[in-house]
Design a protein around this ligand. Sequence first.
Ligand code: NI
Length: 349
Amino acid sequence: MADRLRALGYDVRTGVGKTGVVALKGGTGRCVMLRADMDALPIEEANDVAYRSQHAGKMHACGHDGHVAMGLEVARRLAGVDLPGAVKLAFQPAEEISFGADAMIRDGVLDRPSVDAAFGIHLWNDLPTGRIGLMPGPVMASVDEFEIAILGTGGHAAAPHQTTDPVLAAAHVVTGLQSLVSRRRNPFEEGVVSVTQVTAGHAFNVIPGRADLRGTVRSFGGKFYEQAPALVEETAQGIAGAFGARAEVRYRRLCQPTVNDERMTDLMKGVAEEIVGKERVVHGVRTMGGEDMSLFLARIPGAFAFVGSAPPGAKASPHHSPTFDIDEEALVIGADLLARTAVRYLQSG
Ligand code: NI
């Protein structure tokens, strides 16, 4: 990839955020960054196609390979264009584990020259090819992770009164956490709490001394986002305490909500409407999934669009599934959208 970008005349830096690649063209005037994430997922591909994954247990089940293809096509298209500013292409690793954007920022992707606007897209199988989802404000959720250890005292399954059963307490904590969304959150604020891992015990006749829960909280910001760490802790400790057990809570913010800037969204929307037609640019496409593009958009005004990639008339496999695939016509639209948005931004104001 780096060689191809160099051959196109770009100034290329590798190893940005470990394995990220940054390609720069032009140096004076304003600088627009286009971001393409490039990582895969630990899923065994079930598609029987010529271009299936060649790595056992790993596949591009979210379309990030398409993002790279589009990024390279954008590079090719802009290579010969005289631009009134700089274009920085950021090929970012480790989006799926919310690590790559942060690592690239630490390695200076937003500096030298400093970035004035940032745009990105995601191929989107929930939309047919030819449609683009774009709106101002939050479009992807924050991603928080919690781990809760319920500590009791183990013993014989036949003598529960001699123990403090962490399994029963954990079961109530799982149920109790559901009340955060239904009773502690303003219903006008979006929010999800999912407990996704429950681990305890080794034998059918032994009450263990500890039970572990793990899960995630998602939101579009606001009060629920602010309060979530305290609410999870309070719920876990209060319920565990009521059972005579104790809870230790570890709460981590992985990434904040992805928030589109109003002006930048307008600019990108104008381009999107030229490409697919006004009635095919869809308002209201949002997801409680996370995106570490959020880290760039928290620092730099910009926008993130969903480029429809479901073959028209067919049912597309969902993202992160072993049969995920895209309609490659979407790549043409996505590359067009990014390239023209960058040019439009540099020509504006
Ligand atoms: Ni993705």
